[in-house]
Design a protein around this ligand. Structure first.
Ligand SMILES: Nc1ncnc2c1ncn2[C@@H]1O[C@H](COP(=O)(O)OP(=O)(O)O)[C@@H](O)[C@H]1O
Ligand SMILES: [Mg+2]
Length: 449
């Protein structure tokens, strides 16, 4: 979501009073970010945004403008823990007494309300699909997710026209605060091993995080690290190849910070990428050897992670190999089920078909059946040798799904986007609804219109 991403950039530029675009402008991510900020400026100029706050400063408008009163009885001891451009996050106890995080997006008008709900549903669904992926990869990977990757447990609209979702409460201290914490060396090593474990558990199931800044990696009062904010999940081949958002660069960055190396204070909050060069890499390795006593095997695997970052190698981060080193294994905390998922309860015993169906259902249950959409067919009129004939043409012949419109089509205007965005995981149809053709494997899970 551009608005959420832009909030961080604006927050960062306000905090540091430096250019956000310190890295190569040809990076498609920078271009996107640039577009996002321009758009944000427009919305902001039109008075459509809350004031954006940074870090520990919590937005005062969260309670007055974002919270929706009907949610109040669902939680006790509610308090704001974070905010972005168009959303605030609270911690609160649910009816079972469990502390949960509630992310609430603001209402921005009638049409925006359905778009807000759709995007909140997507964020929630992406977290849940990730858990099914973990389950499919077996017990070890599932355990890592249950320890480091919180998941979404509910989602819905608010009465004020916004949307909310509920997820596990993950932690209140961001990694950006690491330089100021009095964590000892063992704790710091453990948090780093946890970060590598969390990323391993995502990469091994074909997902990358792509947004590892110091407010999306959090630590709770027991020093358990967890990842949050899965708004930029992408398969490795589509993951960022350069910039601070590249997962491998995040590993380098947080190693430097957690090990209290010479650039730690700078890198904890800066988006600067000038560390991506060979001399810096040598310095980080020397530092990790002296501060953490890392061995040759770790150093060699860490070199791959750093080199791939410098060389902008697409898709290959080297984190899976890093995870297997004794240094990471020895420093991983004992795995506990901190983030259980009721919707995936017992999934290790499901058959491959059951797991696939659960995943298909989760991904596509909000789609409708294309052949029930009134504009599924359109009337084509053609004139040949003075004779005019009309016939009914089916949308998306042979393809499996679409983003559709209810406006009638003449074959040129208001055409469906066939095999549309929503069909690929992690994408949406934007303002448009999505449907599945009868050839799609999840057709049976699609709703009747
Ligand atoms: N599950 C959670 N547990 C604890 N704090 C959270 C959780 N989710 C979000 N937060 C807090 O809210 C902030 C914004 O949430 P996030 O999901 O990162 O939204 P955005 O997409 O706007 O960055 C986070 O940086 C963090 O401080
Ligand atoms: Mg975030």
């Amino acid at each position: 979501m551009w608005a959420l991403k832009a909030s961080l950039l604006v927050a960062a530029s306000k905090a540091a009073r430096v250019s956000v675009f310190t890295h190569d402008q040809s990076d498609d991510q920078s271009v996107q970010d640039f577009a996002a900020v321009s758009m944000l400026e427009m919305v902001s100029a039109a008075g459509g945004l809350m004031n954006v706050t940074i870090g520990a400063q919590i937005n005062k408008l969260c309670e007055t403008e974002i919270w929706s009163d009907e949610l109040t009885p669902m939680f006790t001891e509610r308090r704001v823990v974070g905010s972005g451009a168009t959303a605030c996050v609270w911690l609160g106890k649910d009816e079972t007494g469990t502390v949960v995080a509630i992310k609430v997006g603001k209402n921005s008008g009638a049409k925006a309300a359905s778009a807000a709900l759709a995007s909140w549903k997507r964020e929630c669904r992406d977290m849940q699909l990730l858990r099914f992926d973990a389950c499919g990869a077996g017990e070890e990977v599932l355990k890592l997710h249950e320890m480091f990757i919180p998941t979404c447990t509910g989602v819905g609209p608010t009465q004020s026209g916004g949307a909310y979702y509920i997820m596990h409460a993950a932690g209140t201290i961001g990694f950006k605060e690491a330089p100021e914490r009095d964590w000892d060396v063992a704790e710091r090593k453990m948090m780093f091993a946890s970060l590598v474990g969390a990323l391993y558990s995502m990469h091994i199931v074909g997902q990358t995080h792509n947004d590892l800044h110091g407010q999306n990696i959090v630590v709770n009062d027991q020093n358990h690290m967890a990842l949050i904010d899965f708004g930029e999940l992408k398969p490795p081949a589509k993951s960022w190849s350069l910039g601070y958002k590249r997962d491998g660069n995040g590993v380098w960055r947080w190693a430097e910070v957690l090990a209290q190396c010479s650039q730690a204070s700078l890198w904890a909050t800066s988006f600067d990428q000038s560390y991506l060069y060979p001399q810096r890499m040598t310095d980080t390795k020397t530092c990790l050897q002296s501060k953490w006593g890392v061995d040759a095997e770790f150093t060699s695997k860490m070199s791959v992670v750093m080199n791939n970052g410098i060389d902008q190698v697409v898709g290959e981060h080297g984190i899976v190999e890093l995870f297997k080193t004794p240094f990471i294994q020895d420093n991983l905390p004992a795995l506990k089920t901190l983030f259980p998922a009721e919707y995936a309860d017992g999934c290790l015993t499901w058959s491959a078909t059951e797991l696939k169906d659960a995943s298909l259902k989760k991904q596509f249950e909000d789609h409708v059946k294309c052949d029930q959409v009134p504009t599924f067919t359109w009337t084509k009129t053609s004139t040949k040798r003075g004779k005019t004939r009309t016939r009914e043409v089916q949308q998306c012949m042979g393809l499996s799904g679409a983003c559709y419109t209810l406006e009638p089509s003449d074959g040129r205007t208001n055409v469906w986007q066939c095999d549309g965005m929503s069909i690929a995981r992690g994408s949406t149809c934007g303002e448009f609804p999505a449907c599945l053709m009868s050839t799609h494997p999840a057709y049976k899970f699609a709703k009747d219109l």
